[in-house]
Every structure is written in structure tokens, then in C-alpha cells.
Design a protein around this ligand. Structure first.
Ligand code: T5A
Ligand code: NA
Length: 212
């Protein structure tokens, strides 16, 4: 078993596409099949940096746009040592949002280019698989109205989606688009199949570095 590593699997997608639901389901199912798997989420709001981000998202605090972008990135970097350790111990990590949300959301703001937004996340552990849960704005709206958090409005979300499409053109990354309009159970089964294939493929391959 020595040398076999876990896979780094990221869930991205539009708001309410079901990222958190599917992340939980996937980790449960992998564990039930005897795999070692952990769920992570970004932002991880429990750390000091995460608490700053959370107070920004709930609009308790205003932060300068560049500064908050760097905080989202720092919130990922502070988890890198434990992520690397777990992956090398053979634990598969299922991650609810990652650097792609970071870039897509900030670059949707005025006067931010994609290239600047990517810089602080260069060199993060590179995902072996990025599942993009795709859902039309109409279907997303049927899953409930936007809440009161920052970024939860449809014109901003449309810009975010365009940034995601741009990032998905990068053929050095393993993007898979999933139809998130399916039932929770059907989507789960498809995601589990793709995840298990990836776990098989990468177990003897080195972990890459993102955007390098
Ligand atoms: N952000 C994030 C940045 O600006 N920079 C960054 O670097 C990062 C990492 C917080 C915000 O931070 C921004 C992006 C965000 O604006 P968050 O806490 O992940 O990000 O956001 P949430 O609001 O928690 O998550 P989403 O709104 O994106 O929802 P999910 O996780 O996609 O959807 P989920 O699973 O919670 O499901 C939503 C609802 O739909 C139902 C669920 O039961 C739930 O009610 N549902 C389904 N209904 C029908 N069919 C299905 N298949 C369904 N799947 C789920
Ligand atoms: Na979520």
C-alpha cells in the first residue's frame, strides 16, 4: 500500500447547484465502501482567517476587495500542510469550492483581471478532478431565493459563471461538467463513478501543483 495516495476531488458550480449536498453524500458513500475520505470546504470559516471571511460574507465587516481575495487564498494555504499529509496517507479529499471559486468571484468584480486573481493560488495542490455542477439560473431559483450574503444576486452570479467558463478552457486541468438538474440520488451515483475512476488512476501518480 505504501506510496498510494488519495485523490483531490473538487466540487465547483453555480450557487445552489448542490455542491455541499453532493460533497457530503460522496464522502459518506466512499467511507461506506471502505475508502478513507474526508470532506473539506472553502471558505473554512472556523479559523481566524475564516472568521474574518465569514464576517465579510454576512456583511458584518467591509474589507477591501484585493485584501479579501488574498484572505480567501490564505484560508486555502493554511490548510495545505494537512491536505498534503492526508493525501499522502491515502486519504481522498472531497473539497467543496476551491481556487476556482476564488478566481471566478473576484474577477467578476470591476477592475480585476483573471490573471491577477490566479496568482496567490499558484502552487496549491492541483485537483485530480474538478466536478462542475451545472444548473440553469431558472432551475437554481426553484431551489429557493438568494439569501442575504454578499454576492447573492443574479447579475453578479452571471459574471461569475462567465469566469468559470473561462477557467474551464484550461486543458491542463481535469474538468468534468455534471448536469446538476438531476435528482440528488442520480447525480450522486454519477459523481461516485467518476470519483472512483479518478481514485484508481491517480493512486501511483505524484500530486501536481495548480497553474504551474
Ligand atoms: N467565495 C468562495 C469567494 O468569493 N472566494 C473564494 O475563494 C471562495 C472559496 C460562500 C461564498 O464565498 C464565495 C462564494 C460564495 O458566494 P459557500 O459558503 O460555499 O460560499 O456558499 P453556500 O451558499 O453555502 O453554497 P451554495 O449556495 O453555492 O450551495 P450549494 O452547496 O451548491 O448547494 P447545496 O448543496 O447547499 O443545495 C442547495 C439547496 O438545493 C437543494 C438542497 O437540498 C438545498 O436546499 N438541492 C437539490 N434540490 C433538487 N435537486 C437536487 N439535485 C438538489 N441538490 C441540492
Ligand atoms: Na454550499
Amino acid at each position: 500500500m505504501a506510496g498510494r495516495r488519495g485523490a483531490l476531488i473538487v466540487l465547483e458550480g453555480v450557487d445552489r447547484a448542490g455542491k455541499s449536498t453532493q460533497g457530503r453524500r460522496l464522502v459518506e458513500a466512499l467511507r461506506a465502501d471502505g475508502h478513507c475520505a474526508d470532506l473539506l470546504r472553502f471558505p473554512e470559516r472556523t479559523t481566524e482567517i475564516g472568521q474574518l471571511i465569514s464576517s465579510y460574507l454576512v456583511k458584518e465587516k467591509n474589507l477591501e476587495d484585493h485584501a479579501v481575495h488574498l484572505l480567501f487564498s490564505a484560508n486555502r494555504w493554511e490548510h495545505v500542510p494537512s491536505m498534503r499529509e492526508k493525501l499522502h496517507q491515502g486519504i481522498t479529499l472531497v473539497v467543496d469550492r476551491y481556487a476556482f471559486s476564488g478566481v471566478a468571484f473576484t474577477s467578476a468584480k470591476e477592475n480585476f483581471c483573471l490573471d491577477w486573481c490566479k496568482q496567490p493560488d499558484i502552487g496549491l495542490p492541483k485537483p485530480d478532478l474538478i466536478l462542475f455542477l451545472q444548473l440553469s439560473p431558472e432551475e437554481a431559483a426553484e431551489r429557493g431565493n438568494f439569501g442575504n450574503e454578499r454576492y447573492e444576486n443574479s447579475s453578479f452570479q452571471e459574471k461569475v459563471l462567465q469566469s468559470f467558463y473561462h477557467l474551464m478552457k484550461d486543458k491542463t486541468l481535469n474538468w468534468k461538467t455534471m448536469d446538476a438538474s438531476k435528482s440528488i440520488e442520480d447525480l450522486h451515483r454519477e459523481i461516485k463513478t467518476v470519483a472512483e475512476e479518478t481514485m484508481q488512476e491517480v493512486q501511483n501518480k505524484p500530486l501536481g501543483e495548480l497553474w504551474k
